[in-house]
Design a protein around this ligand. Sequence first.
Ligand SMILES: Cc1cc2nc3c(=O)[nH]c(=O)nc-3n(C[C@H](O)[C@H](O)[C@H](O)COP(=O)(O)OP(=O)(O)OC[C@H]3O[C@@H](n4cnc5c(N)ncnc54)[C@H](O)[C@@H]3O)c2cc1C
Length: 282
Amino acid sequence: MTALLYGRAAPSATAHYDPRALELDGAGGVLHAKAVVADDEAVFVTSANLTEATLDRNIEVGLLGAKVSGFAGERGKVRTRFTKGGPEREVRSEQSCLAIGRRWEPRTLGAETLGFETARLGLKVTPHLRTSLPHVYAAGDAAGNMQLTPVAAYEGRIAARNALEGDRLVADHSVVPQTIFTTPEVARVGLTHQEARARGVNCHVSTHDMRGASNGRATGEDDGYLKLVFEGGSERVLGVQMVSYAAAELIQLCALAIRSGATAATVAAQLSIHPSHSERLR
Ligand SMILES: Cc1cc2nc3c(=O)[nH]c(=O)nc-3n(C[C@H](O)[C@H](O)[C@H](O)COP(=O)(O)OP(=O)(O)OC[C@H]3O[C@@H](n4cnc5c(N)ncnc54)[C@H](O)[C@@H]3O)c2cc1C
């Protein structure tokens, strides 16, 4: 996944990079930039619906799905050309930063030599994590389901059990919390409303401004928004996307809510710590 960053009113920086690099920017507060997600694999950010979100440190996410066609200019005056469903456009900035995402490299495993079938991000595996060579199982990045440490550990246990005991366990990736460590953080778990609707699930969405929570007022860490996706009828929580301080922690609560089948009423009934960011979840 790649993203383009450029400054706002007076552009100060342009970056075209993996959103994980957003973390560096958020931590350092260096770029004061606007993010243009510039790759059709921008799964995380686009599905988190950040089109209009303004993050602290002036990172603004927009122009999702733009495609960068080239850079030009000179030191201190960079021109970045991109298209998004129309004629080529250009943003000007003082700096440009290109960071590349990680790509699955089958050769490092000798996958081709050994005759493994491969998929987009790893070896082709069944839901039991069995590869196309029936006596070989894969987990983590090699399995290519999700490039996350907890997923690798989880899949490792499943793959080992299935290899030893037969294909009894299925790897379930439906409730995997994810965070990009910007300031504030960007996090999601479960389904977005687009994903739910694409699966034919009747759903509706509730959005909230994260500003004004007691902790945010007290500490100045007061920014972001929250989006909850509920199943129509049952009102079960299907997914949560948020931009917030402490989002990496808050999203764990949401993951538990989804996993335990909590409804909107359950979430609303839960008392919150005061002061805390979690007040806005209710
Ligand atoms: C910059 C960066 C930031 C990340 N940030 C996060 C994050 O914040 N949160 C998160 O959850 N995930 C993060 N990830 C992803 C996470 O690191 C991986 O998804 C996770 O490490 C995958 O675990 P794994 O065991 O499948 O593979 P790895 O951790 O890569 O382990 C594979 C091991 O196999 C070894 N190896 C490779 N080839 C061979 C060979 N032929 N023979 C013997 N040994 C071999 C490697 O040296 C390595 O030690 C990040 C990744 C990167 C690169």
